[in-house]
Design a protein around this ligand. Structure first.
Ligand code: NAI
Length: 344
């Protein structure tokens, strides 16, 4: 089984080579992202393996099919970069539904603590032997209210971490988990109630038509003054221009972003010697109360091993049995995992 692997980074190879060798899957590693210009590189392979910023739109899907590609293996959980509606019935699409919710949830708390305790500033100051504390006053997380949008695998782990800090949790989910609301420290509420009553808002829902720009100007107007916005889910959940305005007007007290709507132009690459063309991203990064990481929340050793193991198994299942429990289906107007292996 031969797979063209797009958007390769140095940390991908060792885990994929290990599990590939054990399962008879051979990878050809390309540094370039998959898109309409690079799709020809998939010629001669059985499948393609892609990540969050590869483009799997209708044109790419058509060409992959013409090239005889049988499977698009996402080595991530989110699949907003795949036109699932168009792919349905044409090509198998598999994903890694869960690899380490702890990795993402712990990174979210790391960002929050960095922000509220000014660790990013302290690190730079003390390296310059500046031991002054002026401007470093933070606040206790204990007793604060965190609003969590999306109470799936990552949202629940983040909720547990927050409760460990003695925080109150307001939650919103389109499909609430029965039994999670204890009527005391965890309460399911409407989005509007969550926005109006949270000191910190953390996004852990997928990017869909429903959730696109969930945090826009209107939503930000409903928030408490000084709210902290955390987004480790998908960039387009937040209207970055509206966020920037709300930071400038002091409505938003701080923002911690591991994802950005236009991240595919920049994230994962070294632009340190370049002029950044995206004025909104550059302005956000210039703010003292904004922390941006480059979609790295998933990046732990445990997660990388789980991603490689599941992806190789997904590819092998599709190419040998034409079905996988981690196949994505677009049926009845919704996208879901294929539970019965009978999608096509
Ligand atoms: P999950 O599927 O376990 O949970 C998602 C939750 O969102 C579910 O409870 C679902 O009911 C809820 N939801 C769906 N539509 C909603 C809506 N319209 N409004 C509110 N809630 C809604 O997914 P998981 O594993 O917790 O991942 C969450 C997201 O985290 C992924 O979709 C992905 O975008 C992002 N992610 C980011 C990573 C990073 O490195 N920054 C790594 C992995 C995932």
């Amino acid at each position: 089984m031969k797979i063209a692997f797009f958007d390769t980074k140095s940390y991908d190879k060792s885990s994929f080579d290990r599990f590939g060798k054990e399962n008879g899957v051979e990878f050809k590693y390309y540094e370039t992202k998959l898109n309409e210009d690079t799709v020809e590189l998939a010629s001669g392979y059985d499948g393609v393996c892609v990540f969050v910023n590869d483009t799997v739109n209708a044109n790419v899907i058509d060409r992959l099919c013409q090239l005889g590609i049988k499977v698009v293996a996402l080595r991530c959980a989110g699949f907003n970069n795949v036109d699932m509606k168009y792919a349905h019935g044409k090509i198998h699409v598999v994903r890694v539904p869960a690899y380490s919710p702890y990795a993402v949830a712990e990174h979210t708390m790391a960002l929050l603590l960095t922000s509220v305790r000014r660790i990013h500033k302290a690190y730079i100051r003390t390296r310059d032997f500046n031991f002054s504390l002026s401007g470093m006053t933070g606040f206790d997380l204990h007793g604060k209210t965190v609003g969590i949008v999306g109470t799936g695998k990552i949202g629940k782990v983040f909720m547990d971490i927050c409760r460990g800090f003695g925080m109150r949790v307001l939650a919103y989910d389109k499909f609430p988990t029965p039994g999670l609301d204890n009527g005391d420290t965890v309460k399911y509420v409407s989005v509007d109630y969550l926005l109006a009553n949270s000191d910190i808002i953390s996004l852990h829902c997928p990017l869909t038509e429903d959730t696109y720009h969930l945090i826009d100007e209107c939503a930000l107007n409903k928030c408490k003054k000084g709210v902290i916005i955390l987004n480790t889910s998908r960039g387009a959940l937040v209207d970055a221009e509206a966020l920037l305005s709300a930071i400038k007007s002091r409505k938003v007290g701080a923002a911690c972003l591991d994802v950005y709507e236009e991240e595919s132009d920049f994230f994962f690459e070294d632009f340190s010697g370049h002029i950044i063309e995206d004025d909104i991203l550059a302005r956000l990064i210039s703010m003292p109360n904004v922390i941006v990481t480059s979609h790295q929340a998933f990046l732990t050793e445990e997660a990388l091993m789980n991603i490689a193991e599941t992806t190789v198994k997904n590819i092998s299942d599709i190419l040998t049995k034409e079905q996988s429990p981690n196949e994505l289906c677009y049926r009845f107007g919704t996208t879901e995992d294929c539970k019965d292996g009978k999608c096509f």
